[in-house]
Design a protein around this ligand. Structure first.
Ligand code: ASP
Length: 376
């Protein structure tokens, strides 16, 4: 597999960005004026699906975001333009349109975004009928005094902002997979809390084992963070959440401090994987605070993973080795462009994250805390 993309037009764009470093640029958003800082290595980092070329296009999420940053666009607008590609992709069953639906067969989306220089944030949870929840999260940030809108209210807000509401965000594939899951589930699983987990989760994991869905899609999300030549930091996370979740279940993705945290002076961190493990410790916030104390993104991320391991003691969440039987990943950058992708586990080369710098886009293996895989 070719894990590196380096296109000529992309390099040219980066060169243009070098020019931008000496020429004042006008950002679309009202970002406080920032000077070009020396020693900053601009970067965009994202989950693995940020690397894939979508819909017959010729450019991935991370390249799109990096190119737009290079043109001088606002960093958050650039990152959102990147994740919009993934949200609209019907084949990505973990994000946006065609994301795997909840237990009732309804696609419910979560997203949040944070703007470091503006010190503003917005999010939506359990949002139905809109393919680009990241744009609605940005509208919450831009047009309200609030940080998080959920469910019906979030949809009504989006409608009032001019977003198109669709009846159903399922694709044929996501609906077919939901039907497959439904057929496997004990019809009593909503009545018995223990069975609910076992039947629901087991049926989903069996589908992964049988190759019907990729593990990355059963879980799956996109988090994308970036820093530009001026050291301006932003981040966005968007997801359809856990496949077949209980309607109304909200994971870590739209929660500030969990699925994403950005401090414009320090760094940014975001997550994919088991949201409940992240919500318990608000780990993106923890990672940014670790960086504030001077730690490198990798060490900050590892501290969060140690918290996950230490906080996982329920037998149903442990494998035969007494370790977590799930995975979780963090995507971390600091204010000068050092970055890291860390994961509880990094089994084989399926566990990778996307990076784009002036040298092009690349898939990188996660730094794992633990050997082996969640199921060992
Ligand atoms: N973290 C997301 C959630 O819990 C899902 C994922 O990234 O796998 O909703």
């Amino acid at each position: 597999m070719n894990n590196k993309i380096s296109r000529r037009d992309f390099v040219i764009s980066s060169a243009a960005a070098g020019l931008a470093a000496t020429t004042p640029v006008t950002s679309k958003a009202q970002t406080p004026a920032a000077k070009i800082k020396s020693g900053i290595k601009p970067v965009v980092i994202a989950s693995r699906n940020g690397f894939t070329i979508k819909n017959g296009g010729d450019i991935s999420c991370v390249e799109t975001a990096f190119e737009r940053m290079a043109r001088g666009d606002d960093v958050l607008d650039s990152l959102i333009a990147g994740v919009n590609i993934v949200e609209l992709d019907p084949e990505d069953t973990s994000v946006g349109y065609g994301g795997l639906p909840n237990a009732d067969g309804v696609v419910q989306l979560d997203s949040c975004c944070m703007h470091g220089p503006r010190k503003q944030a917005g999010g939506v949870a359990a949002l139905e009928g809109i393919r680009n929840p990241s744009l609605v999260a940005k509208a919450v940030m831009d047009h309200t005094d609030h940080h998080l809108l959920a469910g019906r209210g979030a949809q009504e807000f989006a409608r009032s902002m001019g977003f198109k509401i669709e009846d159903d965000l399922n694709t044929e594939r996501s609906r077919e997979l939901w039907l497959n899951w439904k057929r496997r589930v004990d019809p009593r699983h909503y009545l018995d809390p223990e069975k609910r987990f076992e039947a629901g989760a087991q049926a989903g994991l069996d589908m992964v084992k049988e190759g019907l869905i990729e593990e990355n899609d059963y879980y799956g999300t996109i988090n994308c963070n970036g820093v530009n030549w001026k050291g301006e930091l932003c981040g966005v996370t968007t997801t359809s959440g856990l496949a077949w979740k209980i309607p109304g279940r909200v994971g870590d993705s739209p929660i500030l401090g969990a699925g994403l945290y950005v401090d414009g002076e320090v760094g940014a961190a975001g997550s994919t994987g088991r949201g409940e493990a992240n919500l318990y410790g608000l780990l993106s916030y923890l990672i940014v605070e670790e960086m504030r104390s001077g730690n490198h993104p990798k060490d900050a991320g590892m501290e969060a993973l140690r918290r996950v391991k230490d906080n996982t003691i329920e037998p149903r969440l442990l494998n035969n080795r007494g370790l977590p039987n799930f995975n979780i990943n963090f995507y971390v950058i600091n204010n000068v462009g050092d970055y890291a992708g860390v994961g509880l586990y990094s089994p084989e080369n399926r566990s990778q994250y996307s990076v784009c710098t002036e040298n092009g886009a690349e898939l990188m293996p996660f730094e794992p805390l633990l050997d082996g895989s969640p199921s060992d």
